[in-house]
Design a protein around this ligand. Structure first.
Ligand SMILES: [Fe+2]
Ligand SMILES: [Fe+2]
Length: 393
């Protein structure tokens, strides 16, 4: 069945260009030049994806995305906007109003291939097998109240004291924030949450709050507690490695909104640990004795999905940006064509491999040498970067 895409832009010539581009495509395109009309179309038609401009007279893109998230939550929301609208786009991302941000003017073939890939990943996440596993889980972590309150404080530009008060309400989150801040990577020598916030910035802290609550809230049997601790350490190290590798290899800072890709990439394993403690313990033993299969293959044989799909599903359900979802969903298969943000997925792949290596855990993951070649980095360089971070913890 043809997918339906709704474009919203107040500039008629943009809509005409879109119309020409999609004339003979595999998609059916609907168009609206204002937010109110867009909502009317959504009411009548079965729209799969909304691609909206931000700056529009009357209802602007921000208000429209907010309304669509509430009233038509299954519609994939994408922003297509100019560079100048950075602030409002950022605000939309902070509230998880859009999956992706595309810039104008666009390249026709690129736009089409981006849309194709977004739908392909959507297909992976809506796979029947995955959905049936997920719907039978006893426990799927919801976004915590602390995290939601933290985001609301960001939106009202709250005072540092209000943020620290919120974090201090939960001693285990407070401990994780301080642990992260006191590592040599940030260099803070402090026992104060307020100082940690000033050192690391709100976005970093927000990501730690999000991840820490998942790690802490999920039940875990005694014998898997060690594994959970190990995964937390792995996540922290990977996050730092991803940030450093991104700067080194691509010569630019990892955008703040993607800065938790490393922290969250293995979140699917936490879901397995808490829902299938017995099965997962058995699986770890199998891996220790039989080294002939990859970790992902062993997981897939046992549970019919791997921690990649499980994690990708969870992060998508939380409506995190697509690049973060992709980092979880594809970090052991970074060469796939359907990946949109290849650079980020590749860097998470590399960080994951070398961090496990350094932690001395046989992760059974293989390293994709093509990814190393594409990014033009050697094994020795990766080891050096990761080792320096490790020293700092
Ligand atoms: Fe993994
Ligand atoms: Fe990992």
């Amino acid at each position: 069945m043809k997918k339906n895409i709704l474009f919203v832009d107040d500039e008629k010539q943009i809509l005409r260009a879109v119309n020409r581009l999609f004339m003979d495509s595999k998609y059916t395109v609907f168009m609206a030049d204002n937010g109110e009309d867009a909502l009317n179309i959504l009411e009548k038609e079965n729209i799969d994806m909304l691609i909206s401009d931000m700056r529009m007279p009357g209802m602007d893109g921000y208000q429209l995305l907010k309304a669509v998230k509430e009233e038509f939550p299954s519609v994939i929301r994408i922003i297509l906007s100019g560079y100048a609208e950075g602030e409002v786009v950022f605000k939309s991302f902070r509230q998880n109003l859009a999956k992706l941000y595309l810039f104008k003017p666009w390249d026709n073939s690129q736009l089409m291939s981006i849309i194709d890939r977004v739908f392909e990943t959507e297909k992976v996440l809506k796979d029947k097998n995955l959905l049936s596993i997920v719907s039978n889980l006893e426990e799927l972590p919801t976004i915590s109240d602390t995290y939601n309150r933290f985001c609301s404080l960001i939106d009202i530009d709250a005072d540092v004291r209000e943020f620290s008060a919120l974090i201090e309400e939960d001693p285990s989150i407070a401990a994780k924030v301080l642990h992260y801040a006191n590592s040599a990577f940030f260099g803070a020598k402090t026992g104060s949450i307020s100082q940690a916030i000033m050192y690391m910035g709100l976005d970093n802290i927000k990501n730690i709050v999000l991840t820490a609550t998942v790690f802490d809230r999920m039940n875990s049997r005694e014998k898997l507690l060690n594994l959970r601790e190990e995964l937390w350490e792995h996540a922290c190290l990977c996050n730092k490695a991803v940030i450093l590798l991104h700067e080194k290899l691509l010569g630019k800072r990892l955008p703040e909104i993607y800065a938790s890709a490393g922290l969250l990439h293995d979140i699917g394993r936490i879901v397995f640990i808490s829902n299938f403690p017995e099965g997962y313990s058995r699986l770890i033993k199998t891996i220790d004795t039989d080294k002939s299969k990859s970790f992902v293959d062993v997981e897939t044989e046992a549970f019919s999905v791997s921690h990649q799909e499980m994690g990708g599903y969870l992060l998508d359900w939380w409506e995190l940006p697509l690049p973060i979802v992709e980092a979880a969903l594809y970090h052991h298969s970074p060469g796939l064509d359907k990946i949109l943000n290849k650079e980020l997925v590749s860097i998470v792949h590399i960080a994951d491999y070398f961090v496990w290596e350094l932690m001395g855990t046989n992760s059974m993951n293989s390293l994709d040498i093509d990814v190393m070649d594409n990014l033009n980095i050697s094994m020795a360089e990766c080891r050096k970067i990761v080792r320096n971070i490790y020293k700092g913890l």
